[in-house]
Every structure is written in C-alpha cells, then in structure tokens.
Write a protein that binds this ligand. Structure first.
Ligand SMILES: NC(=O)c1ccc[n+]([C@@H]2O[C@H](COP(=O)([O-])OP(=O)(O)OC[C@H]3O[C@@H](n4cnc5c(N)ncnc54)[C@H](OP(=O)(O)O)[C@@H]3O)[C@@H](O)[C@H]2O)c1
Length: 249
C-alpha cells in the first residue's frame, strides 16, 4: 500500500512568496500542496502550473478574512483528505502604500484594523480550525511568515520605515506563534515564525534583495522539521546566513 502524502496548506499561494513556498514544498515527493487564494481563477492557474511541472497539487478558495470561507475550506479539507499536516500562514497585507503610515501619529484606525485582521486574526482562526486535526494525528508543522521589522528588540535602532500597522500586526503574529507554541509544548505540532527577507514580489517591489524562491527556503525547512525540532522560535531567512539563525523577539 502506498503511503498517503503529507497535506500542506499554503495561504495566499496564487502569487509571490506563497506560490514559491507551495512549489518548493510540492517538489518533495511525499508532500501534496493545497493552493489557496481568494480569487478562484488565479489560484486554479497557479495549481495548474504546478501540476504541469509534475507536482502533486490541489486547489480550494480561501479568503482568510472571511469566516465562512474558512469554514467551507475546512469542510472540504476534512471531506477530501481527512487531515492536514502542514500549514503555512503566508497570506498578508502591507500598509506601506498609505502615506499616513509614515508615522504612528497619523496611522488610520481603519488601516490598523484591516492589517491586523489579515495578518493576525485570520491566522488565529485558521490555527483554531486546523490544529485539532494536527493534534489528533500527533503531527503538524505550522509556519508563520513574519518580518524582522517585527523584532521589538531591534525596533529602536533599525533603519526600516515606520509602517506602524504592518509592524504592529507582525508583532502580534509573533505573539500568536509564541503563545501557541507554549500550548502545543507536549505535542508533535511544531509552530515557528520566520522573516523571509526583502523579496522581489508585488509587496517587496523590484528593488528587493532576494527572489521569492530564495525567501521560500526557510519556510520549507520549518515545514519539514523532524520530530523534536524547533518550537516557538523566530528565525531569519537562512539564505542570508547560510543556516537558520534565531532573531530576538
Ligand atoms: N515581500 C517582502 O519583502 C516580504 C518581507 C517580509 C515578509 N513578507 C511577508 O510574506 C508574505 C507574502 O508576501 P508577498 O511578498 O508574497 O506579498 P504579495 O506578493 O503581496 O502576496 C500576498 C499574498 O497574500 C494574499 N492575500 C492577501 N489577503 C488575503 C486574504 N484576505 N485571503 C487570502 N489571501 C490573501 C494575496 O492574494 P491576492 O492575490 O488575492 O491579493 C497574495 O497571494 C506576507 O505575509 C508578507 O508580510 C514579505
């Protein structure tokens, strides 16, 4: 009997870093990736591209800010595969396009809230929905995509733009990671967060330092950690340092 592949869900995997992570994960013979996106046409095209490359991939719509969409996705996952082994919380929005985001004193409440909803609340909801599957099978790997701009220890001295809504949201995401890691301590469900570096995606722009494929490497490393591997850690992109190194919270 052939063994069932591991099922890996990547949010926002129709483009950018999410697509690169899904592609790299799917290149592993024992992993089937589930491409998800809020717009079906784009997600299906991404899935078809991977399948054309010989990758095991499936697709379902998932708007991470829509509770009904999450519920429908989880039902589909339950009925189709009955499990989930890997969750990469990649979908995210960045508030840097708003001029008010040059200062916390001018940040718009609406932007603070909408950024927090996508980058933090959605991750909480997906974890609430999918961790029970992982606990039941005593296996799970969760990777949260954050930014080094969320390191509170470095915020006073770094040279990054202020972008308060984005940075505050990713600090929140790091907290979600740390809290869930504590709750999952006695299990084989490992949750970590990492900063992919500055990437040439729609979000990062053409002047960025790394390709999405380079930014995806650490996600794959964390998504395939062996039993007993890192739990509740904040990593930098390993490409830059040659090895996974931890960042200060
Ligand atoms: N690029 C960088 O330099 C950089 C640096 C550090 C961290 N990151 C993080 O890396 C992750 C991916 O960034 P990226 O550079 O690939 O950005 P991107 O090119 O803007 O892609 C963002 C992805 O998130 C999806 N998304 C946004 N809101 C969603 C929602 N409500 N439901 C489902 N999907 C949603 C987008 O879907 P649509 O196509 O529907 O919009 C898109 O697939 C983000 O979490 C980001 O904060 C990026």
């Amino acid at each position: 009997m052939t063994e069932q592949p591991k099922i890996a869900v990547v949010t926002g995997s129709n483009r950018g870093l999410g697509y690169a992570i899904a592609r790299k994960l799917g290149q592993k013979p024992d992993i089937k990736v589930i491409i998800t996106s809020r717009r079906e046409t784009e997600g299906l095209a991404a899935k078809d591209q991977l399948v054309a490359e010989g990758i095991q991939a499936d697709y379902h719509t998932l708007d991470v800010t829509d509770a009904q969409s999450i519920q429908q996705f989880v039902e589909w996952l339950r009925n189709t595969y009955g499990k989930v082994d890997i969750l990469v919380n990649n979908a995210g929005v960045n508030s840097s396009g708003h001029v008010e985001e040059a200062s916390l004193l001018t940040a718009q409440t609406e932007t603070v809230l909408s950024t927090f909803t996508t980058n933090v609340v959605a991750v909480i909801q997906l974890c609430q929905a999918l961790i029970p599957f992982m606990k039941q099978q005593n296996y799970g790997r969760i990777v949260n995509v954050t930014t080094e701009m969320a390191s509170l220890s470095l915020i006073g001295e770094d040279s990054y733009p202020i972008v308060p809504s984005y940075r505050i949201s990713k600090v929140g995401l790091n907290a979600v990671t740390a809290i869930l890691a504590k709750e999952l301590q006695a299990t084989n469900v490992l949750i970590n967060t990492y900063s992919p570096g500055w990437l040439k995606t729609d979000m990062g722009g053409a002047n960025a330092l790394f390709t999405a494929e380079e930014g995806a490497e650490t996600a794959v490393y964390l998504a395939t950690l062996p039993d007993g591997g890192s739990q509740g850690k904040f990593f930098a992109e390993m490409r830059r340092f040659g090895t996974p190194i931890q960042l200060p919270w």
